[in-house]
Design a protein around this ligand. Structure first.
Ligand code: ZN
Length: 320
């Protein structure tokens, strides 16, 4: 696929994860169709990472522009200030470095922001103009769409919903504060709830699935036991869903979204999680009777959401 030969313009989108760089090529006129895909392992080191990103762009053919989604605080000018997943990256001017390597227009944003834009244009949030997309993984990422446009904020740091403090006396967070939402409502939050319940003598079935030791209980053991209908595991899922709904309710109270898209690894829990979040949400949002049409749905694009959104944001760097 190359621009110019077919008369179509293709842009590349890169999602920089802790373990892999995923790249997709899309025609900005048709973001629902991926026309090229490439992935390489995420290397250690700043130069190596930037070189690997350039390599993915080359593998995608001849895109006209490149969008990049990367975890962390990314300034409006495309400088990665801090990255939680890739330690050591600080103050990296990704736009300048990538432009030097591939000579194309570059746009860089936070990965969850890109994922929200991808779901908005090609996934679960098509047609919805007021949306929050929440990615529940090891941590929590979020992207906000208001009036049909991405919310980037004054510095580009908008949408860091995972670091809203929901309990000031809660566990410490890598961001330096305590009791952030992601300490409770991410995969690591579920694992902590599970370990606490197992250590208190509950979760017998999950402990059995984990091999017998309370300290070995992980979120997957709880979800397996809950899927079997185990009451103690279901109680942990209830408690976990309350934490998810607490943040979702706060976000909807703040933004008045019509749609909440939940993505990330924990979506694999399916209705076991989403049904509980929907129920708890009704008590965790202000004036629920006025918001009966608010929907909470699973993401549709999986791990490609960020790359697709990045490609579409990259297309904005093309002159009209
Ligand atoms: Zn935090």
């Amino acid at each position: 696929v190359s621009s110019g030969t077919t008369g179509t313009t293709v842009t590349a989108g890169l999602d920089i994860g802790g373990t892999k760089i995923l790249g997709v090529a899309v025609d900005p006129a048709d973001p629902e169709t991926i026309v090229g895909e490439a992935r390489v392992p995420t290397p250690d080191g700043e130069e190596q990472l930037l070189d690997a990103m350039a390599e993915v762009v080359v593998k995608l053919g001849s895109p006209a522009a490149v969008g990049v989604g990367i975890a962390g605080l990314v300034s409006r000018g495309g400088v990665l200030q801090v990255s939680p997943n890739i330690p050591g990256l600080r103050g990296v001017d990704v736009v300048a470095e990538m432009h030097r390597r591939v000579g194309l227009p570059i746009r860089v944003d936070n990965d969850a922001t890109c994922a929200a834009w991808g779901e908005h244009l090609a996934g679960a949030a098509r047609g919805a103009d007021d949306v929050v997309c929440v990615t529940l993984g090891t941590g929590i990422g979020a992207g906000i769409i208001a009036d049909g446009e991405l919310v980037r904020g004054a510095h580009g740091f908008g949408g860091e919903a995972g670091h809203m403090v929901v309990d000031p006396s809660g566990p410490p967070c890598p961001c330096g504060r305590s009791g952030c939402w992601e300490r409770f409502a991410s995969g690591s939050g579920l694992a902590r709830l599970a370990r606490d319940a197992a250590a208190a003598g509950r979760l017998e079935r999950a402990r059995l699935l984990a091999g017998g030791e309370a300290t070995a209980v992980r979120s997957e053991h709880v979800s397996s036991a809950a899927a079997e209908g185990d009451a103690q595991a279901l109680a942990v899922m209830d408690a976990f869903a309350r934490w998810v709904a607490l943040g979702v309710g706060n976000l909807v109270t703040l933004l008045d979204c019509s749609l909440v898209v939940i993505g990330g690894g924990l979506v694999a829990l399916g209705d076991l999680l989403l049904d509980r979040v929907c129920t708890a949400f009704r008590t965790d949002v202000m004036s629920p009777e006025e918001r009966l049409d608010v929907r909470i749905v699973p993401a549709q694009l999986g791990d490609r959401a960020g790359a697709i959104g990045a490609a579409m944001l990259g297309s904005r760097e093309l002159s009209p």
